[in-house]
Design a protein around this ligand. Structure first.
Ligand code: GAR
Length: 216
């Protein structure tokens, strides 16, 4: 069985990367991690890739005068790696429409809130500040708008008394570590299709059918 070639983009800790590497260590997992790219040379996550024997590359955004220049360098290494799917796992740069369009339904992001609530770089802090009792995580295909795009999966995480960004963020990441590898496996096995905002799996009824079914 040919495994789907996945590149992972990170900016820091890389715990979601670690979850993907652990899943891909199983020869029966339908995807392999072929390259890990960080826009930060000091990202601790790079060490996880090295420990797993996965080639890494640093493409520092600061080295480029323009976003398109940075993204051209990113694309060059993605193409060199033969990537078929790109996962943004704690990658904290906004990507242009040109880059997003060059990976149609092949670019997946993990975001620490139940989108469309709390988009942006401070989703956990914003959820705490809003006083919500439940937040969570969203795995979605990437579109031009930040933290927008067809949703593959979401999971709820309770906000507990006394939570701070560290405790809540860590509880959310634990859920992400289970959900992200499952989403990547679903894509790798095929049968995931995107129609407008809807992601459908070939073994589930299309979302439109559910919405229009008077029995639901
Ligand atoms: C994750 O919680 C991910 O959802 C979030 O950053 C964390 C990265 O953790 N992503 C964003 O906030 C993107 N807007 P990790 O580096 O340990 O995987």
């Amino acid at each position: 069985m040919a495994r789907l070639k996945v590149a992972v983009l990170i900016s820091g800790r890389g715990s979601n990367l670690q979850a993907l590497l652990a899943a891909a260590a199983d020869p029966d997992y339908p995807a392999e991690i072929v390259r890990v790219i960080s826009n930060e040379a000091t990202a601790p996550g790079l060490a996880h890739a090295e420990a797993a024997g996965v080639p890494t590359e640093v493409v520092e955004h600061r080295d480029f005068k323009s976003r398109p220049g940075f993204e051209a360098a990113l694309n060059a290494t993605l193409i060199d790696a033969g990537a078929e799917l790109v996962v943004l796992a704690g990658f904290m740069r906004v990507l242009t429409a040109d880059f997003v369009d060059s990976w149609p339904d092949r670019l997946v992001n993990v975001h620490p809130s139940l989108l469309p609530a709390f988009p942006g770089a401070a989703a956990v802090r914003d959820a705490l500040a809003a006083g919500v009792k439940v937040t969570g995580t969203t795995i979605h295909f990437v579109r031009e708008a930040v933290d927008d795009g067809p949703i593959l999966a979401q999971a709820a995480v309770p906000v507990l008394a006394g939570d701070d960004t560290d405790s809540l963020g860590s509880r959310i990441r634990t859920v992400e570590h289970a959900l992200l590898p499952r989403c990547v496996a679903r894509i790798a096995r095929g049968g995931v299709s995107v129609v407008g905002k809807w992601v459908t799996m070939d073994d589930e009824p299309p979302a439109e059918a559910v919405l229009t079914n008077p029995a639901v």
